[in-house]
Design a protein around this ligand. Structure first.
Ligand code: MD3
Ligand code: FE
Length: 206
């Protein structure tokens, strides 16, 4: 099935695989994860509450609080290990990366972002991972969001892409370092997912 997908290069190193993933298949996996590692709105170092609700699966998970951003082996809310990354999710990420030339992508972390209408993510770089040499694979499910990407600096012209249900993006090479974010989510409804957008980002953190 996935072999029929034509990757589209958005910028050097940034590849879109339209409809590569299936929300009907992935939603039960997400439900299982959030039943043990509940969604939470994290605090930034400056004391703001993020509008996106987050959790993780994998060997380590990304967290933020007044002490800063980091990867942790345990969920600070429960003290327990993060739920394991389901094999089906890991294989999806590995397949997507391989489709655009990144063989052997073995993520050890998956950040799960839940957007409700009005939620957004300001421009940032992902730089808490040990190395930039591995790509990041992003899976979007549910209602459409407008994603934007800049360059190595948080200024200048941006490029925008609408991310629809099932779309997968692979960020490798120079795109891996680029500032990016998500515009405020407009209210809408997806027939399976409802009034929600999910984004899963698969990373090699350690
Ligand atoms: C480009 N999430 O979780 S996914 C994030 O839709 C994040 O929830 C957004 O940015 C979301 O960090 C965008 C696309 C994405 C993820 C990681 C990247 C783009 C990236 C890392 C480097 C460059
Ligand atoms: Fe990011």
């Amino acid at each position: 099935m996935s072999l029929l997908i034509d990757p589209v290069q958005i910028t050097p190193g940034m590849w879109l695989l339209p409809s590569f993933a299936s929300s009907a298949q992935l939603l039960p996996e997400i439900d299982q994860i959030i039943s043990t590692a509940p969604l939470r709105q994290m605090q930034t170092q400056r004391g703001f509450t993020m509008s996106v609700a987050m959790t993780n699966c994998g060997e380590v998970g990304w967290t933020s609080d007044r002490r800063g951003y980091r990867y942790s082996e345990t969920d600070p809310e429960t003290g327990a290990k993060w739920p394991a990354m389901p094999v089906s999710l890991k294989n999806l990420a590995t397949d997507a990366a391989k489709t655009v030339g990144f063989d052997g992508f073995e993520p050890d972390a998956c950040l799960i972002n839940q957007y409700k209408p009005g939620a957004q993510m300001g421009a940032h770089q992902d730089r808490n991972e040990r190395s930039f040499e591995h790509p990041i694979v992003s899976v979007s499910l549910g209602i459409t969001a407008r994603f934007f990407v800049l360059g190595e600096e948080n200024r200048g012209p941006s490029k925008s892409v609408d991310l629809n249900d099932g779309d997968v993006i692979v960020f490798g090479g120079e795109a891996r370092r680029h500032f990016h974010g998500v515009r405020k989510l407009k209210a809408s409804t997806h027939p399976i997912v409802g009034d929600t957008r999910w984004n899963l980002t698969f990373r090699v953190a350690q």
